[in-house]
Design a protein. Structure first.
Lengths: 279, 245
């Protein structure tokens, strides 16, 4: 056992970043040394997943105000403040990390890409690029894009990826629930960061009730949002139940919690679907 | 570190987690000892028994990294005490103080000993042996396995059931049968001598099986036999273990 066996520093830039990461929070340094960096990344994936599930709840709640546009506009005024804009930008961190790390896991588990260190580098590099790009969009606030021109290529790309993954896993012995979780995950890993970027091209797209309602009159926008609500509901529900099954022994407590998670997600999904259809 | 008769000697502090089953008392006992650089941690435990405290209980058998009975956690890392040299430990952890605890894979019997029978119960669930052997080509002969077939899983057969992977895994031991148990099941699915595949696949793809693995790769990181355990579990998810070779 020597230092090289756990120290993943290979690129010059990591020579400066990793030692800082290891020395800042003792818990990170402890797990990096005793279980390796992918273990820390796995925990980060889990924590960001929990955060995003929580945000999904808040997001649906906020959007429910669209039923009364005046109330929605009043609420959105808050996002004009720097602190809220900053928090919105910070949300990009869990979103893009969870999305790209999910992509890395699919490459590792489904496509046999075991060169995990380079995948981790790509994932972190692309995440940083996305976060900076989103920040730039939020500062400029002057971009616009047609719904079809923006979404069509993204949708085609996402569906192609789902098709590729389904080809790989459909005939395996894995459960249908697991296969769906992976396929939906691939769909969301492109669509959610794209959705977040689209919503920040200019402030009115997401912050003015009338603009949002007008956009939602397009059937294509409704269909797109429906796939997102359904996809996120299933993906988050599966993830939460999976965490529950990881730590609770099979029995009544696990069953009750699984039922409660399924119920909460179903109600949330139903509210989201109703909102998408009636707007 | 001091020099003694021309040889490097380390002044070590071992903080060992102890447990007395008679009184159900747990405590951490500190031992200070001098040790040469190539002494192994099992040698340190023996030194403690001989020079300081005969009551310290620990486990070992072959002491050559082949039986997996001396697994412990040193400063949080699951490893074989017979493989860890003092010098390497000092370099790796950058300290001469070591916190030593039993693996958290089963109830502790005493000090560093865990109830291995309990730990093996989870492994037994995957029935790590050939259930229904394929008939040999001609009676009385061995069943031939081609080198190509063997290549796919031979690395996994080096597992010694030391439980280091199970102890490091992101999933808990209450639900997941464990990376080593998955490995044992995967070996038999890939083994052409085994005809009973369905029962194994049912266990592998159950709630206690591969779905509890989240590819955190801690199992591969700690494996003293350097088996890429996470690769084999990923192979199961990928469908690669049932594919004809």
């Amino acid at each position: 056992m020597n230092k090289a066996s756990w120290n993943p520093i290979k690129l010059p830039v990591e020579r400066y970043i990793l030692p800082v990461l290891e020395h800042l929070p003792p818990v990170v340094s402890f797990y990096a040394k005793t279980r390796g960096w992918p273990f820390i990344i796995a925990w980060a994936h889990r924590i960001t997943g929990l955060l995003l599930a929580l945000y999904f709840f808040v997001h649906i709640y906020t959007l429910s105000f669209l039923a009364t546009p005046v109330a929605y506009d009043a609420k959105m005024k808050l996002f004009g403040f720097f602190l809220f804009s900053f928090l919105e930008w910070l949300l990009a961190v869990p979103v893009i990390f969870h999305a790209l790390n999910g992509g890395r896991l699919i490459l590792f588990e489904v496509f046999g890409r075991r060169n995990d260190e380079s995948l981790i580098r790509w994932m972190l590099g692309l995440s940083t690029t996305y976060i900076l790009l989103l920040g730039l969009m939020m500062i400029r606030q002057d971009q616009s894009a047609s719904l079809i021109v923006y979404w069509l290529p993204i949708l085609v790309f996402s569906i192609s990826l789902v098709y590729l993954v389904s080809l790989k896993i459909w005939r395996t012995e894995n459960s249908m629930a697991w296969k769906l979780h992976r396929m939906i995950g691939v769909y969301l890993l492109i669509m959610i960061p794209a959705h977040m970027l689209f919503m920040h091209l200019e402030p009115a797209i997401a912050h003015e009730a009338n603009t949002v309602i007008n956009r939602m009159q397009h059937v294509s926008a409704k269909l797109l949002d429906l796939t997102l609500v359904l996809g996120v509901s299933y993906h988050a529900g599966y993830g939460l139940v999976s965490i529950c099954k990881d730590y609770l022994p099979p029995g009544s407590l696990q069953n009750v919690l699984t039922f409660l998670i399924a119920l909460t997600i179903a109600v949330l999904g139903w509210v989201g679907i109703k909102l998408t259809i009636i707007l | 570190m001091s020099q003694k008769t021309g040889q490097q000697v380390y002044n070590l502090t071992l903080k060992i987690h102890r447990y007395d089953p008679d009184t159900h008392r747990s405590w951490i006992q500190e031992y200070r000892l001098e040790a040469g650089r190539i002494l192994r941690f099992v040698d340190l435990f023996r030194k403690i028994n001989e020079e300081q405290d005969a009551t310290l209980a620990w486990n070992s058998s072959c002491e050559h990294g082949q039986c997996g009975t001396c697994s412990v956690k040193v400063n949080g890392k699951s490893l074989l005490a017979c493989e860890l040299l003092v010098e390497n430990a000092v370099q790796y952890f950058n300290t001469t103080t070591f916190n030593i605890e039993p693996l958290n894979i089963a109830p502790v019997v005493r000090d560093l000993l865990v109830d291995l029978e309990k730990a093996y119960e989870r492994l037994d669930k995957v029935r790590p042996y050939i259930i229904r052997p394929a008939p040999a080509l001609s009676p009385g002969e061995e069943y031939p396995i081609s080198p190509h077939e063997l290549e796919g899983y031979v690395n996994a057969t080096r597992c010694i059931n030391c439980f280091c992977c199970a102890s490091a895994c992101i999933s808990s031991h209450r639900t997941f049968l464990g990376p080593h148990a998955m490995l044992a099941a995967i070996i038999r699915v890939m083994d052409p001598r085994e005809q009973e595949k369905q029962e194994r696949l049912k266990i592998l793809y159950s709630d206690q099986g591969v779905y509890r693995c989240h590819s955190s790769r801690a199992c591969s990181f700690v494996c003293p036999k350097q088996i890429d355990v996470a690769h084999f579990i990923a192979l199961a998810k990928e469908g690669g273990i049932t594919r004809k070779r």
